[in-house]
Ligand binder design. Structure first.
Ligand code: ZN
Ligand code: FE
Ligand code: FE
Ligand code: ZN
Length: 272
């Protein structure tokens, strides 16, 4: 089998979230078969009191999830990392902080999937786009991204322009709003994710778009790569394309996360 990617994939989901397939071990197998230099498992952290079981892992599963990935991490040292994808919900920051502190995550991907209680990236809730002003959606989305970074809770900011997922574009120029969000990310020391899932969605584009990535590069924000795989065969998906995009945006290095014994992973820069 040819090597699919020479970069680690830090964004993968498992059956536990209710909308992905495969166990953590299957993702690790896939990463080894595809020749990746490492993999992080980052399933959806349980949302507080969320009624829909197909959105994130159930609260009762979190201990088992952590144990399962830690076991793989022991079996494949230096190859497997314990991650988690956490939603940024502005009025639940303290709950999130204590939940994250209770587990030895190597890294936390911070994602915005909700504007108030609207899950804007959820296909079942897509009609809401036609009820709201698209520019307002974008502005509020990027504000939440900036706030999320400022909490300092996140190692990686996930799929930065996810709001474009179904192809809705802003009408006005939002470069100032985006610049503000990126400045928050730069100041927080978080890493920005290049996420290839958008290529599998109606927008058919990597997150974030090149113009955003160029500004991130100018502000000195480092990058990781994530497939957002929801099935093992998507591990390392389109990483060649993602790497090409990073280089076009001016990036010369990517981040490898180095696990620490009693703290979150350390960021280590590697040249392409
Ligand atoms: Zn998911
Ligand atoms: Fe996400
Ligand atoms: Fe994800
Ligand atoms: Zn995601």
């Amino acid at each position: 089998m040819p090597i699919r990617a020479d970069l680690p994939d830090y964004h993968t989901h498992t059956w536990r979230c209710g909308h992905a397939s495969g166990r953590a071990a299957d993702y690790v197998d896939a990463a080894r078969r595809f020749g990746l230099p490492g993999i992080g498992i980052s399933d959806h952290l349980p949302l507080p009191d969320y009624p829909d079981p197909s959105v994130c892992m159930p609260e009762d599963d979190l201990d088992d999830y952590v144990d399962e990935v830690l076991e793989l991490k022991t079996r494949f040292p230096g190859f497997v990392l314990l991650g988690i994808e956490a939603d940024y919900l502005p009025n639940r920051v303290n709950d999130l902080r204590s939940l994250l502190e209770a587990y030895p995550f190597d890294y936390v991907i911070g994602s915005v999937h909700f504007l108030d209680d609207w899950g804007f990236d959820n296909e079942a809730q897509i009609e809401e786009f036609s009820r709201r002003d698209i520019d307002e959606i974008y502005v509020r989305y990027y504000r939440l991204i900036g706030e999320a970074a400022e909490t300092g809770l996140f190692t990686i900011i996930g799929h930065l322009d996810l709001v474009k997922k179904f192809g809705h574009r802003p009408r006005s120029n939002l470069s100032q709003v985006i610049e503000t969000a990126l400045t928050c990310i730069a100041r927080s020391g978080a890493v920005l994710e290049i996420n290839t899932a958008g290529l599998r969605k109606p927008v058919h584009e990597i997150y974030p778009e090149i113009a955003v990535l160029q500004r991130a590069r100018a502000l000195g924000v480092p990058i990781t790569f994530g497939s957002d795989a929801h099935t093992p065969r998507e591990v390392g998906f389109a990483f060649a394309e993602a790497k090409e995009l990073a280089r076009l945006a001016g990036y010369e290095a990517w981040v490898r996360l180095i696990p620490q014994t009693k703290a979150r992973a350390r960021v280590e820069l590697h040249s392409f």
